[in-house]
Design a protein around this ligand. Structure first.
Ligand SMILES: NC(=O)c1ccc[n+]([C@@H]2O[C@H](COP(=O)([O-])OP(=O)(O)OC[C@H]3O[C@@H](n4cnc5c(N)ncnc54)[C@H](OP(=O)(O)O)[C@@H]3O)[C@@H](O)[C@H]2O)c1
Length: 319
């Protein structure tokens, strides 16, 4: 009997993590869903057969990380935060944690490690970007064959981007176009990222050589600005609002206030991030195509979950 392969996923409970868990479970991997609060990972169990997806306690300590990766064939890290709740948390989560995971994986002779970073982390001046880039550098040193994925903004049913703006657009008369709304994005479908991880996991040793130690920039088929994103929201969620240009300086003041909320809608660091385009480099970048993934458009997916925000469609469904 062939032994089942083991994949340890840090951040399996998150938005990307649940899709990656699902795809790897389908490939027959036993999944260790490493989490600070393993109870939160119970919802992942139906993604596999009985006992195939195992919530695995991991408090982020060296000891717990080593236990989580011991004997694993594949380690995936998709832990991340968008704002700091305490000082230096970006460094702790985006730099130090992946460093410890990489060191533990190397020590335990794990064959493959995939790390989810962020697009344009080598360009922006935000603390978020700097911490992601520093994490990539530590990772490359500790586990040179690691595969780094840098997604642009990710869309899918549980995303915190289109859903958040749709919720806001439903109740507010206007939504901001920060810095005029000219920043470019290349939204990428969450299922395409999971497929990329699956392809890296299942590649033959020969094919894997093309991925090992490489950085991949993940973007979808559409390059859009915030104006375009708001247009998509209006179209698919059938909501109406005014798109209001907000100069950078005003956005910074607004973010300084909103940043005080326990779960801020906007922080000054995010305003800083928005000053850099979030698109796949025009030349030389390795992309989803190099990982064998055909990209999915926003129009193919957005209607399926944005329709819940449409009063018209909800009324029609209730009638
Ligand atoms: N979503 C996007 O649009 C996007 C775009 C570019 C890059 N990324 C990157 O992709 C990765 C996954 O993003 P996501 O959207 O799936 O994030 P998410 O839904 O917020 O999930 C993040 C995961 O990180 C873990 N986590 C959060 N805070 C933690 C902490 N203080 N200590 C330990 N673990 C913690 C959580 O696990 P537990 O609570 O179970 O421990 C959760 O499963 C992140 O690295 C993110 O920066 C995301």
């Amino acid at each position: 009997m062939t032994q089942q392969k083991i994949a340890t996923i840090f951040g399996a409970t998150g938005f990307l993590g649940r899709y990656i868990t699902q795809d790897l479970a389908r490939e027959g991997y036993t999944i260790r869903a490493a989490s600070r609060t393993p109870n939160k990972a119970f919802f992942l169990k139906p993604y596999g057969n009985v006992g195939q997806v195992v919530p695995f306690p991991c408090d982020g300590s060296k000891k717990d990380i080593e236990k989580a990766v011991a004997g694993a064939d594949l380690v995936v890290n998709c832990v991340g935060i968008l704002f700091e709740k305490k000082k230096d948390q970006f460094t702790a989560i985006h730099t130090d944690l992946i460093n410890e995971i990489a060191k533990a994986a190397a020590k335990q002779n794990v064959a493959r490690l995939v790390h989810v970073s962020a697009l344009a982390c080598d360009q922006g001046a935000s603390k978020y970007a700097a911490s992601k880039l520093a994490g990539e550098k530590k990772l490359a040193k500790a586990f040179p064959d690691a595969v780094i994925l840098r997604p642009s903004v990710v869309f899918g049913t549980e995303d915190n981007f289109f859903n958040m703006f749709a919720r806001m657009g439903r109740v507010l008369p206007a939504l901001p176009l920060i810095g005029g709304g000219h920043t470019k994005f290349q939204p990428v479908y969450v299922g395409d990222i999971a497929e990329a991880v699956k392809n890296i996991a299942t590649a033959s040793p020969e094919a894997f050589k093309k991925f090992a130690g490489k950085v991949f920039e993940l973007g979808g088929p559409d390059v859009v600005t915030f104006k375009d994103i708001y247009a998509k929201l209006k179209q698919h969620a059938e909501i109406n609002f005014i798109a209001l240009p907000l100069p950078w300086a005003v956005a910074k003041i607004e973010a300084a206030i909103l940043g005080l909320l326990p779960k801020p809608l906007l922080t000054t660091d995010q305003v800083e991030s928005l000053k850099t385009d979030n698109v796949v480099a025009a030349k030389g970048a390795k992309t989803l195509a190099d990982l064998g993934v055909k990209v999915t458009s926003m129009d193919a997916v957005l209607p399926s979950y944005l329709k819940q925000y449409s009063y018209k469609k909800r009324k029609a469904a209730a009638a």
